[in-house]
Design a protein. Sequence first.
Length: 201
Amino acid sequence: MGTLYAPTVVTGIHHMYTIIDLGQIKEFGCTYWLPLASAANIAQGAAALAVALKTKDQKLKSMALPSSLSAFMGITEPAIFGVNMRFFKPFICACIGGGCGAMFASITSLGATGTGVTGIFGILLCLNTPVKYILMFLIAAGVAFVLTWIFGYENKKEDDKKVEKDTLKETVVNILVLNYNNYCVKFSSQVNFTTKIGPFA
């Protein structure tokens, strides 16, 4: 479920998962669901961080870096909508990373004693097994970061867009200059013609 959690954030239905947390806490004394969501959130932050560190676009870097930090704190919307979904591949890489972290959490029966906090501060709900939480964090973040760095984002595409944009601007300017020169030549010819055939020629 760590793979599919982020898509539910996109649709906005992730708020209903609190019911699952509360139900499991009442039944088992802890929730096994929250670590899965935490793995997914951490992975989205790691993917956005990879984009921030790899990109040469300063505007994108200034947006991706704080978005990744926000995701590490448990608020993933800036990273998802501002960075990862924008390029799509980082979002997929993050989903894979979240799935890997969630799988580790499930295998090791990582549980949280409360709900509402994910990401870095989620460890406060897993103080009974902090090492498992840290390992889950590292797996989710590591897989998402590496996949995004290798497959998820390429500076070349941004550079090509910039070159294409600059080329378009240059073409438009050249057309305007050419039209202006043609107009000046035409206007000059008309003035000369009028001067020659005028009453004072």
